[in-house]
Design a protein around this ligand. Sequence first.
Ligand code: AMP
Length: 281
Amino acid sequence: MSAPILRRLADLRAEVAGWKARGESVGVVPTMGALHDGHLSLVRAARAGCDRVIVTIFVNPKQFNSPEDLANYPRTEVEDARRLGPLGVDAVYVPEPEQIYPQGFCTTVSVAGLTDVLCGAHRPGHFDGVATVVTKLFTQTRADRAYFGEKDFQQLQVVTRLARDLDLGVEVIGCPTIREEDGLAMSSRNLLLSDRARVWAPELHRAMEEMAEGLRAGGDASALRTAAEARLLRAGFTGVDYLDLRACDDLALLERVDRPARLLAAAWLAGVRLIDNISVS
Ligand code: AMP
């Protein structure tokens, strides 16, 4: 059975009001569509934890810092609806842009500090776009719980912080990264890789695992980073935005693993920017 698709905020509100009146809990899984098994794992977690589940699909223009990237982002709505069919989703919210950003919209939600580094440093304005749309989606869906992937680790930290700071009444739940068999983290952007680039792509995860092993053995991040970057460039990657060891809680840059830490990377392959992260501690 396929889930009802709602495109207008008024329809979403009416649906949610009925659930809330019956005391049912609401879980939301925000996505930009082009759904894969990583997204579906979040939906299953929401299904297990909440009475009602809303999946949102919105390619948010405010979080893209290049018009070309926004235009090229994969859109597969019919296939997305088919994939969600068997999962028992109560509503798929696919808002028209004006349902999120009505005429005259001029508010930005900005999370300081956490967004200065990593993707925040390389994609100016990206996290303001994420924080703004997530705030809207939380308030529009009136969700009790929201499910996000660790795949976007910095985003998970940012969203957790904003939900707390703004008393949004939403519990943010992080879910593990789902990978292809060869280790590549699932991502909608993987659809943009050529067949040749797809063969090289898992090298990112392999180089990170090798670097993580060195770190666990007490190695220094800078020396290990140099070796890992060289490995990626040899494998066909054209650039590495970052390959950082960072503290899990505040994303402070670390040279050694002396507290719970994560290795995070963003690298370019054939014009596609891939990101990944793994636990090191
Ligand atoms: P996106 O559609 O890329 O904005 O992602 C929507 C949600 O799915 C975000 O919370 C992502 O972190 C999560 N997600 C994306 N890829 C994966 C993955 N491979 N494993 C788990 N969650 C993921």
